[in-house]
Design a protein around this ligand. Structure first.
Ligand code: HEC
Ligand code: HEC
Length: 432
């Protein structure tokens, strides 16, 4: 039997995490560093989830051709590669001060994220972006909010050498920290037939991540014909999702897009609240002209205000300013807070943002317009999104939904009915 996945802390809604993105994260608990559960506890929790899923076979509901296309030719999955990747995922030696592993920010007891607005890395440094879950990430068209890495294999190599995350100076430094461990020598040999090296670190972690498949939700049971799998409100919400809400234009659900993401980049007006884009874009271009490497892009994305430029840092196309890759909506109710900067606490905040037509800025996507949704319709859209959580997290899904609903009762900072109904337009000042 699968164990119950109880909530270990709903940071998103805890007093310490409310307010702006600059809010202080909770103090690291004595039990684990940077607020994460201890690695032994995390590994135990993972063992109760019925994994690994066999990555050589397409998961239910995913087109086998699509799945095959996510497996790199030079890194086909094997049991040895999964085992090596799993050990690396939980190993704090991959950080310069030995306090941070992948699982610190993608914690198996916290739905494979950290439940903070933005993440804390070595030395207590807080980055500028929200940590997405590693659940199902292998199926995304690209990795990171701005798509700056192509696959989970490529992605895994960047946090290890990012100065605010795991802080090793180079990949070789990270390898040096583990290469004398006889267990690793054997695991690398079994997995890739050679001694520990940095490229294989990424490949092995990517292979492990390909086992983190969480696609068995009530929504899927309903699509498969079980009429009782979701509520009438959720069904009405799905109609709104595809119609009046216009959500499916960017969040499609089908065999090719099982996660509810078109894999494209859109400015929906989240960062517009904070920044002067033109000055920031000039600053980023100056830095990239001197050094356009992946590592520099990674620092620009996490290290400062340039983070808000989004896809522009990667593409250097003006219309990509403030654009972010459409995130997956799978397991969305249990992975708050929301958006690239973790600035929204509940799904009601997200709905209020869309209902008012986002936030005005020159690069706002044409698909974002006032929606004129009623409160009842907003509740239905939330009810639909809650059906996207994997059944293994059913208890936590209910707990998080209850907590979000309670929080939203008195906290709706993005709600603007005048904008939603076009009584006032985005560029008009309040009170006119
Ligand atoms: C200090 C916290 C932290 C650590 C440590 C960390 N991550 Fe992340 N992770 C993040 C943040 C924040 C993002 C989003 C950054 C961005 O998009 O610019 C992210 C993004 C990702 C993504 C992309 C998911 C998506 O939806 O695009 C994957 C996959 C991932 N991390 C896996 C890993 C792996 C594997 C490791 C270990 C090698 C790791 N992370 C270490 C915080 C962390
Ligand atoms: C024009 C494309 C577009 C449309 C239309 C759209 N979204 Fe999004 N959605 C995005 C992008 C891009 C983000 C991330 C934006 C950011 O972080 O700056 C996002 C973020 C989200 C998030 C937060 C995900 C997370 O992990 O933080 C949710 C929930 C969401 N959208 C639901 C919806 C719903 C419901 C609708 C319809 C009412 C909708 N979206 C319409 C593109 C879109």
């Amino acid at each position: 039997m699968l164990r119950t996945l109880a909530t270990t802390g709903l940071c998103a809604l805890a007093a310490a995490c409310t307010g702006t993105v600059d809010a202080q994260p909770p103090a690291p608990s004595a039990a684990g560093t940077h607020g994460a559960a201890p690695m032994t506890e995390q590994i135990e929790r993972l063992a109760g989830m019925g994994l690994p899923a066999d990555p050589t076979v397409a998961p239910k509901g995913v087109d086998p051709k699509i799945w095959a296309s996510t497996l790199p030719a030079d890194n086909q999955p094997s049991a040895a590669r999964i085992e090596l990747g799993k050990k690396l995922y939980f190993d704090t030696r991959l950080s310069a001060d030995n306090t941070v592993s992948c699982a610190t920010c993608h914690d198996t007891t916290r739905t494979f994220t950290d439940r903070r607005p933005t993440s804390e890395g070595i030395g207590g440094q807080v980055g500028r972006r929200n940590a997405p879950t590693t659940m199902n990430a292998m199926l995304l068209h690209s990795q990171f909010w701005d798509g700056r890495a192509a696959t989970v294999d490529d992605q895994a190599l960047l946090p290890i050498i990012n100065s605010v995350e795991m802080g090793h100076k180079t990949g070789d430094d990270a390898v040096a920290a583990i290469k004398d461990d006889p267990e690793y020598q054997k695991l690398f040999q079994d997995a890739y037939g050679r001694a520990p090296n940095y490229q294989d670190v990424g490949k092995a972690i990517g292979t492990f991540e390909r086992t983190l498949v969480f696609l068995d939700a009530p929504f899927d049971a309903w699509l498969a014909g079980d009429a009782k799998a979701i509520s009438d409100d959720a069904k009405a919400g799905f109609v709104l999702f595809n119609g009046k809400g216009r959500c499916m234009t960017c969040h499609p659900f089908n065999g090719s897009n099982p996660l509810g993401s078109d894999g494209r980049f859109h400015n929906i007006g989240v960062s517009a609240r904070h920044q002067n884009f033109t000055d920031l874009a000039k600053k980023a271009l100056d830095i990239l002209a001197k050094d356009g490497s992946e590592a520099t892009m990674d620092e620009l994305a996490l290290g400062g205000d340039t983070s808000e430029l989004g896809r522009f840092i990667v593409s250097r196309i003006e219309s990509d300013i403030g654009g972010f890759r459409t995130p997956q909506l799978r397991n969305i109710a249990i992975t708050a807070p929301y958006m690239h900067d973790g600035s929204m606490q509940t799904l009601w905040d997200v709905m209020d943002h869309y209902n008012r037509g986002g936030e005005a800025n020159p690069y706002l996507d044409g698909g974002i317009e006032p929606l004129n949704l009623s409160e009842a319709e907003i509740d239905q859209l939330v009810a639909f999104m809650v059906t996207l959580t994997d059944k293994r997290f059913a208890d936590q899904n209910q707990q998080d939904l209850d907590a979000q609903r309670a929080h939203a009762k008195d906290n709706r900072p993005f709600r603007e009915e005048d904008l939603a109904s076009r009584r006032r337009l985005l560029f008009e000042k309040k009170g006119k």
